[in-house]
Design a binder for this molecule. Structure first.
Ligand SMILES: O=C(O)CCC(=O)C(=O)O
Length: 291
């Protein structure tokens, strides 16, 4: 799974089911979440009888892309809007016609952080989180911005962009419905090699770095990255990834890709998550004074 592109594989990263928290034969279940990301084959999170993209195109094709709500990364929505507008793509249906039709004059943007709860509420029960993504104490509707389930749809070659950590020390569960997505992951301690921005960009976020998935191996531009320990892996349709809190990451879609993700807060990270929120107002003040 760890294909070693762009860096050394991290010892301990594994696709082995014992990392998934399932009991090995005759042993007690492993209760602690592993401190490293792990990939596993899993039954689909999508439990509806019809294919997901068909349902989106036929039942939700009328949705206005610019009005669609993001969840966790709603800030990103605004940069996406400009791209949709530039291509004259107005609705989800128009986007999906280009996405599934294959013939594109210009590259399609990556639809990111599409909140299932806010945009497709009737479908929420059809997305069933995997056991490996539980327990999750952040599933209430009012926590949708922090941790709500979301969809990502993007053509081959699109990607998330900057290497970042997700704010408030949430774990993240990813599931790949269609296509292949490359993940570039760095352990939490690698932040010092990643040319991160100073201070908080938002009161609750300390999360972005300058290199992206496309250019982090540019040694002339980012020499310190060579001291980091990236792990690259490809998530294929039918596979899931559990990424523990505070891992730096970014993605590139190797083929046209449709995927799901959900943020996870439970006994293993709740204190850190709360700590970030408590620190938020102080960071906002520092930011206001340009610190
Ligand atoms: O799924 C992706 O392409 C990247 C998602 C991501 O990095 C994030 O949500 O923080």
């Amino acid at each position: 799974m760890a294909d070693g592109q762009g860096g050394e594989a991290l010892a301990g990263i594994s696709t082995h089911p014992s990392f998934s928290g399932r009991p090995a034969m005759g042993r007690r279940p492993i209760r602690l979440r592993p401190p490293v990301p792990f990939v596993f084959d899993a039954p689909s999170v999508w439990q509806h009888p019809r294919p997901l993209v068909d349902v989106l195109a036929t039942d939700y094709g009328h949705l206005d892309l610019e009005a669609m709500d993001g969840s966790y990364g709603w800030v990103i929505k605004y940069s996406q809007q400009a791209k949709f507008r530039a291509l004259g793509i107005r609705t989800l249906g128009e986007y999906l016609r280009l996405f599934t039709g294959g013939v594109r004059d210009k590259p399609l943007p990556y639809v990111m952080h599409l909140s299932i709860r806010r945009n497709l509420p009737e479908l929420l029960p059809d997305f069933v989180p995997l056991p490996e993504f539980r327990p999750n104490w952040a599933t209430a509707a009012w926590l949708d911005r922090l941790a709500g389930p979301e969809l990502f749809i993007g053509p081959a070659g699109s990607g998330f962009g900057p290497i970042h950590i997700d704010h408030a020390s949430v774990h993240v569960g990813f599931y790949q419905f269609q296509g292949e997505k490359k993940f570039i992951l760095f352990p939490p301690g690698d932040g010092r090699y990643l040319y991160r921005y100073r201070g908080a960009q938002f009161p609750y976020q300390l999360r972005n770095a300058r290199p992206t998935g496309w250019n982090y191996t540019d040694v002339a531009r980012f020499p310190r990255v060579s001291r980091a320990s990236p792990v690259t892996l490809t998530l294929r349709a039918g596979q899931a990834l559990f990424m523990p809190a505070d891992w730096w990451h970014t993605t590139i879609n190797l083929t046209d890709s449709v995927s799901y993700s959900i943020r996870i807060v439970n006994h293993t990270n709740v204190l850190k998550t709360l700590g970030h929120y408590l620190a938020g107002p102080g960071r906002a003040v520092l930011k206001a004074f340009g610190r």
